[in-house]
Design a binder for this molecule. Structure first.
Ligand code: ADP
Ligand code: MG
Length: 725
């Protein structure tokens, strides 16, 4: 990169802290601000009439349908609260199938006859919105003549205020459905799947004598991201338009030294993090941890877990806030899965569990054998679910971006497997072997569970190579990508476990009906279930070649790329299961398939177009310039009566490289002219022809970068972007 931009970045880095207003002068007390911009339970309780508050609580905690009169009363209090806090507008905030969020702002105020204005907001406006929906993807579910789409208030996720310097907007989390009631978004199926999971888990708890009436899927998503200086970002068209670098030679100093992981957080970054956290606290996102990640300039933050639905909304808000605040500190936040080739990519670890309304975490191993039996049941249900729905779970995390990570030797492999740790694996092996030996002692089941109290409740051993790991009292879906909404992976997990619980409850209920003791029924069910599904358990190194072979032997799926993985969403088993639990019907599933394939095609197309542009307008001019300079130097030496042998060699090398680069640019450009009879065929073409052509062009471009002079190179280099903090 030319020295101007470089020194601008360095100046910026040095002076940011002195800039008026960028620093919060006094550290904020979390308690003073947490939830201050949220219409949360406390505010609801204070501002709603008692009966209205109770009705709303019943809707939130028990799923009781909401009356219009309640909605009217809530709307009125909500508007007063928002206007008092300076809000002029409200928005129905939703999560279309694109995976990002959408909002359209409407004013509260309407003119009165006498030239004034009045703030108005009715229950109807709270409950239902009608955005112009025709430009959101519907996967063919909506033709333009029936383009209506509705947003529907989700009372289980509290409204909040989006405040910036000039405005405050009341944000109302909503679901987005078509005129026919089909889901056009990510929230609707998530809510439906949570409902299904609750029903099945409550049914299971009943068998164990636990009188819970509701079970909530819980989630704490960890977010990895990169931060680079904004000057560099603005000089990289690939980062701006594709979120990742399409060219860029590896830096001489990579992450080999591992001196970044958990290292001291750079000053500017820490100040940025503090402001991000403050903003998130205000809107009620319970951020808990922050640290450096493995790669240079890579960081992570994680909240305390919440209900899956709220956690999903908060996760979207977290990504938006990370990006929104960065420019204030002269930074750009990159959430792409793989912004820099050859450097670790970013993931999002979806920590998942189930909690009942009596306050118990169903995946807590517990201290008593009775609890252990129940724990083993739920744990086995998850094992069975992940094995049965490997393909679906793999599909739920598939994207062009995640293709760079999964299986690329620094992220979980594309094969789904479960890490349980030695202790739990051992217990389950005993259950599998010893089920027949089980005998009752004073009402306590002896299925080798006496070892269980020794289970480490904190995750003692860890395995970074596993895509799905048990970590003490929850499972951690680690293959989810940093850039995606967690809604669909969570939905799939909820559905898969619902199906497992449904099946296993059915077995137990039948056995108990025949007079079998529940303990014996559980013991034999766990034994057969584990025997059948234990192939999914793998505690070894997921990055190794042996695992690829071993997994194939076990018959585990290994979809190496998005195009292979996506059809898993429309297999007969998936359609049957989603329909059974009323989460998505066949049309809705097909729509998601189509949207995903199209997104893949569009992503690759944008990247390839950008590469051609960067090749022609950035790299080639610099390469020709260098070629000319070397040629001129060789000529000059000759004119002076000498021979520059090394100069000639360099010239020959650069000429060859630049020619190859030029030819390959045309190859890629030509490939993009391709037309296919279907989106699937086009996706295969993108994968098999366009992506390899991009890889080849990049290799050549990066070789040119390593030869060309630093001072005239038109793009910020990896060395600059990753190490100037
Ligand atoms: P670790 O990754 O070291 O296990 P934590 O214990 O901090 O770290 O957990 C990581 C994430 O998992 C946090 O967001 C945390 O809130 C979340 N988590 C903890 N318990 C649960 C649970 N029962 N359900 C869902 N997420 C949970
Ligand atoms: Mg973790």
């Amino acid at each position: 990169m030319g020295s101007d931009t470089l020194s601008a970045a360095i100046d910026h880095m040095r002076s940011w802290a002195m800039h008026e207003g960028r620093v919060m002068h006094k550290p904020t007390q979390v308690g003073d601000i947490f939830g201050s911009l949220v219409f949360n339970d406390a505010v609801q309780q204070a501002r709603l009439p008692k009966a209205v508050y109770q009705a709303l609580r019943d809707t939130v905690t028990k799923g009781t349908p909401l009356e219009m009169s309640t909605a009217d009363a809530v709307a009125s209090a909500l508007k007063d609260w928002a206007v008092e806090h300076g809000a002029s507008h409200y928005t129905h905030w939703f999560q279309p199938m694109t995976g990002i969020t959408a909002e359209k702002h409407d004013s509260f105020f309407s003119p009165t006859g006498d030239g004034g204005s009045m703030a108005e907001f009715s229950g109807k406006e709270l409950v239902r919105g009608e955005p112009d929906a025709s430009s959101f993807p519907s996967g063919g579910m909506r033709s333009t003549f029936e383009a209506r789409g509705y947003t529907a208030w989700d009372p289980t996720s509290p409204p909040w205020l989006l405040v910036n310097g000039n405005s405050a907007t009341l944000v109302i989390p909503t679901a987005f459905v078509s005129w026919t009631g089909e889901s056009l978004d990510k929230k609707t199926p998530l809510l439906r799947s949570m409902e299904a999971l609750s029903t099945q888990a409550v049914r299971a708890l009943k068998l164990f004598g636990v009188p819970a009436s509701r079970v909530t899927a819980t989630c704490g998503p960890e977010q990895e991201y990169f931060l680079i200086d904004r000057h560099f970002y603005y000089n990289r068209p690939d980062l701006i338009n594709a979120g990742r670098t399409l060219f860029g030679a590896r830096p001489p100093k990579g992450q080999e030294l591992e001196d970044q992981y958990f290292g001291a957080i750079p000053e500017r970054v820490l100040a940025y993090m503090a402001e991000v956290e403050t903003e998130l606290y205000k809107v009620g996102v319970p951020i808990k941890t922050r640290h450096n990640e493995v790669a240079p300039s890579q960081y992570e933050l994680a909240p305390i877990f919440e209900s899956m639905n709220v956690a999903t909304d908060h996760q979207m808000m977290t990504m938006e806030t990370l990006k929104r605040i960065a420019p204030k500190y002269g930074l750009a936040c990159l959430t792409h899965e793989k912004p820099f080739a050859g450097v670790n990519g970013s993931g999002k670890h979806v920590n998942w569990s189930m909690g009942d309304d009596l306050g118990n975490n169903l995946l807590n191993p517990g201290a008593t054998p009775h609890d252990n039996m129940q724990f083993l049941f739920f744990c086995t249900a998850v094992i069975r679910a992940v094995d049965t729905f490997q393909g679906l779970l793999r599909m739920s995390i598939a994207s062009a971006g995640n293709d760079h990570r999964l299986g690329a030797n620094e992220a979980p492999p594309a094969i789904l497997s479960i890490f349980l740790g030695d202790m739990l694996t051992d217990v389950l092996e005993q259950v599998e072997k010893g089920g027949a030996k089980s005998s009752k002692h004073g009402g306590v089941l002896d299925i080798g569970v006496s070892v269980l109290p020794k289970l480490p409740r904190d995750a003692g051993d860890r395995n970074r190579t596993s895509p799905f790991a048990f970590t003490g009292n929850k499972f951690e879906f680690r293959a989810v990508s940093s850039n995606q909404s967690i809604a669909f992976p969570a939905t799939c997990l909820n559905v898969a476990v619902s199906e497992s619980l449904d099946y296993m409850c059915g077995q137990l209920e039948a056995a108990v009906a025949k007079g079998e003791a529940i303990e014996d029924a559980v013991a034999s069910l766990l034994k057969t279930t584990l025997k059948k599904h234990k192939r999914i358990i793998f505690n070894g190194n997921g990055y190794s070649q042996e695992w690829q072979k071993e997994a194939a032997k076990r018959g585990l799926l290994n979809h190496k790329n998005t195009v292979d993985a996506l059809p898993e969403i429309v297999t007969p088993l998936v359609v049957k299961t989603f329909e059974k639990f009323k989460v998505l019907n066949e049309r809705e599933l097909h729509a998601r398939y189509e949207v995903n394939v199209e997104t893949y095609n569009k992503t690759i197309n944008v990247e390839a177009q950008l590469m051609v542009l960067m090749a022609n307008r950035y790299i080639l001019p610099a390469a020709f310039e260098y070629q000319r300079a070397v040629a001129a130097s060789v000529t000059a030496v000759k004119q002076a009566g000498g021979t520059s042998r090394e100069g000639k060699k360099t010239l020959a090398k650069i000429v060859k490289l630049v020619d190859a680069f030029r030819v390959q640019t045309d190859v890629l450009a030509a490939a993009l002219d391709h037309n296919a009879p279907s989106v699937e065929k086009h996706a295969k073409f993108m994968r098999d022809k366009v992506v390899p052509a991009m890889v080849k062009l990049r290799e050549l471009g990066d070789q040119i970068e390593l030869l060309a002079p630093h001072t005239t190179w038109p793009l910020p280099t990896y060395r600059e972007m990753l190490f100037i903090k």
